[in-house]
Ligand binder design. Sequence first.
Ligand code: PRP
Length: 209
Amino acid sequence: MINVALPKGRLGEKVYELLCQIGYRCEEYSKDSRKLIFSDERGEVSYFWVKPSDVAVYVELGAADIGVAGKDILEEYCPDVYELADLKMGKCSMCVAALGDFKDDLSSPLRVATKFVHTAEKYYAEMGRDIEVIKLNGSIELAPVLGISDVIVDIVETGTTLKENNLKVVSKISDISARLIANKSSYKFKNDGILRICEKLKKAVESSD
Ligand code: PRP
């Protein structure tokens, strides 16, 4: 039995559809159910639905053998897991954004609002730019609009949120997409089962790309 942690939401549903296509459908699963664990009748896989940002925690701790996590989360929390495949879904970018008239004033630390503290610190440390981090948990775009930060470091998907709040991308930090990850000891002890799912998933991703 391979335990799979899936991110609740649109991305998780898409990944689950792909898993169904490659033969890992779970008849008892229904989108509207509030149940969090589902197993297939053949006893091959069991799915857990968790908060997207928690997938890597379940996988790192071995509650799940494999899971699907965004590259943004992997870069931010650096969990001790194997990254097996790029699923080429949930594509977006990690960006620095600011108000349209923003100009960096190098005489003082740059005030950066973000959920992604480690990512922001690493990015600016590599540039040698002093920053002051303002840690927020959502609606990050509000920070420069209300004047509590100079820039934000956040996910940009369609760009609509930035546009509707008069913000623009200042620079792109990295490309993000969903990754298949594995627990390190599961990878060793359930290698055949994990590789079978991984290879089938990779093929399905390539043919739908
Ligand atoms: C994310 C991100 C941006 C938005 C970007 O927020 O933090 O706010 O999506 O998407 P767009 O470029 O397509 O507009 P999310 O919806 O996850 O909510 P949050 O405010 O809680 O971060």
